[in-house]
Structures are given as C-alpha cells and as structure tokens.
Design a protein. Structure first.
Length: 245
C-alpha cells in the first residue's frame, strides 16, 4: 500500500513546551485511522503538525507529491456571524488548490450541488451559515473539505454537534469516502469510532499505534495504552486511563 504521509521521530509543541515526543506514524492510501486520547494528550497538536499549521521541533514529515489534505475542523471554532452562504462556504475549500482565485466554473458549481446532496443539504445552498444548526454546519464543512478531491481527509470530532438522526449516516458516508481516500478521525466517541475505523492511534504525549480496531488485553499491557474494553449489549465502550510510558 502506497504511503502518502509519514511522521518520523516527531517532537512538537508550542514555544518551548513539548506536547508530543517521539511520534512515528505512516498513513497509506485506504487507511482509516481513529485518533483517540485524553484531553491535553496532544491530539490537536498532532493534527496541527500534520496540516502544517505548526512546525515540529524535531523529526521529519514526508508527504507524497501533490498530497491534497481536506480538513473538517470543530464547528465551535467557526464564526457563525460571518455573512456567507452555504454555497460560498463549500467553494471556499478551493483555497487549498491552485485555482482558488478563479471564478468557479460550471463543473465546480455542479460539484457543490453533488456534495450538498451527498450530505442531505441540497436545499440549503443559499442559506446563511448563521441560520444553521451545529450538525448542519458539520455537514457543510465536510463538503468544504471534499470540494478539492483530497487524498487525505482529516476530521476533528466530526460527531460532536451532529444530530443523532444523521450520526449513523455520517459514519456510512465516511465508509464510502474511505474507498477513495485515507481518513484520520479524531473522536472521544471511541466505542462508535472503533466499529468503523480500520486502526487506532492513541495519543497521550506520544503515539501508540494499533494496526487493528480491536484492542486486546495483551496489546493494552504491551503499550500501556489507556483503554479498557467494556461490553454493554452490542455496543462497545472504551474508558480512558493514564498512560504509564
């Protein structure tokens, strides 16, 4: 499987404070990696490093030529008072491409319609974002992340504000997208996420990678990973504990 992103011996943080140390991770085409870990463990720092928003103190980040990354941020970081429509938000995702300054052509406008239909928001194209619910905002920004046809999709807590009626549909959509692109999914909802991802990276100062979405007691002991598996009917749950490494 082709490697599209590689992090080697990464040390990252802010100013002189280290948040992550000795992080190694390879992302290949077709990967679907769930990123979990406690608050303050470094998940956001990892995403910022991957997206190029911060530079690591040490280590190497390698990307395949022309790697296009789509990013879905947490919607609580979005200014809903900004006067912009749903269509304009989706088209703003072209800013990551080389032709962002050009007026959108017919194909791009059709792509907007296609994406909005994909997430069930085709009737909101001319709606101001200030009129949307949190779950609707997530759907729109997912479209924005997809407008430039990324090879890697990075999602930060995508189910936080999604209404329950759409949550299952969201995961089905991500499964469909994974046939076309690699996905990194940060979430606290580990029980649900572990049922849809292919592998798991636990981030807490460092990164512990599990090549499966099923984590055995042997793996927990070997990596000192802060997860306990609890079965409750047919729904798996995960409880985070402290890393000891």
């Amino acid at each position: 499987m082709q490697t599209i992103l590689s992090l080697e011996n990464i040390v990252a943080g802010y100013e002189s404070k280290e948040v992550l140390k000795d992080v190694n991770l390879k992302v290949c085409h077709g990967d679907f990696i769930g990123i979990i870990g406690p608050n303050g463990g470094g998940k956001t720092t990892l995403l910022k490093t991957i997206l190029g928003l911060i530079s690591p103190f040490e280590g190497t980040i390698s990307k395949s030529d022309g790697l296009n990354i789509g990013y879905l941020p947490q919607v609580n970081s979005i200014d809903k008072s900004f006067p912009i429509t749903v269509k304009e938000v989706v088209l703003s995702g072209r800013l990551s491409s080389n032709n962002w300054w050009k007026k959108p052509d017919k194909a791009q406008l059709e792509k907007v319609d296609e994406l909005l239909a994909f997430v069930g928001m085709q009737d909101y194209k001319s709606t101001a974002i200030g009129e949307l619910s949190g779950g609707q905002m997530q759907r729109i920004f997912l479209c924005r992340a997809l407008i430039s046809d990324p090879q890697l999709l990075v999602l930060d807590e995508p189910n936080t504000y999604v209404d329950k009626s759409f949550e299952e549909n969201l995961y089905n959509l991500l499964g469909e997208l994974n046939s076309k692109m690699a996905i990194l999914l940060v979430s606290h909802d580990v029980g649900t996420v572990s049922s849809i991802v292919k592998s798991i990276a636990c981030v807490n100062g460092g990164l512990h990678y599990h090549a499966s979405n099923k984590i055995s007691n042997e793996v927990l002991k070997a990596y000192n990973c802060p997860i306990e598996i609890v079965t409750h009917g047919t729904v798996p749950h995960r409880v985070l504990k402290n890393h000891h490494s």
